[in-house]
Design a protein around this ligand. Structure first.
Ligand SMILES: [Zn+2]
Length: 155
């Protein structure tokens, strides 16, 4: 960052975070409002980093409803994304494409191929080799929960 950028960044206007509306955390209402039911879970707001406020130019850098910018993203990757790092943007696109593909796949397996939640879960578990028994049951529970959510959300 050059001198002027750093100097003037101190004078940047802070605005209420448009994702969490100033609360510092994202709840079910925010998730619904931003239509991220299948992509986010409630928790600390990754958009404002829990501060409730963002610099006014944040909105032009990362979309308020960007699914990739969630709490499970590391601080370094968050910074890279805000600075529009080329590789971070690539990872973001890849992540979003993969997420959308999985959601579409689940819908097809259920609504077209008529598989139930249990059967779809088994398919995904088979494609995840090397899960220990402990991880297996945890993973299975999470998968079933998520697959049910996708199906319920589509209805
Ligand atoms: Zn926020």
């Amino acid at each position: 960052m050059n001198f002027f950028k750093r100097f003037f960044s101190k004078n940047k206007t802070l605005i209420q975070c448009p994702r969490c509306l100033g609360k510092g955390h994202v709840d079910q209402d925010d998730i619904k409002r931003l239509r991220q039911e299948l992509k986010w879970r409630p928790g600390k707001c990754a958009y404002c980093n829990g501060k409730g406020e963002v610099e006014s130019d944040m909105i032009s850098k990362v979309a308020v409803d960007e699914a990739y910018l969630a709490t499970n993203l590391s601080q370094t990757e968050r910074e890279r994304l805000i600075n529009r790092d080329f590789r971070a943007l690539e990872r973001m696109r890849e992540f979003n494409a993969e997420t959308d593909q999985i959601i579409e796949e689940i819908k097809e397996l259920h609504f077209v191929r008529k598989l139930d939640v249990e059967q779809i879960t088994r398919l995904y578990l088979q494609s995840t080799p090397g899960l220990g028994p402990e991880n297996y049951f945890e993973r299975k529970r999470e998968l079933m929960e998520y697959i049910s959510k996708v199906i319920a959300h589509t209805k």
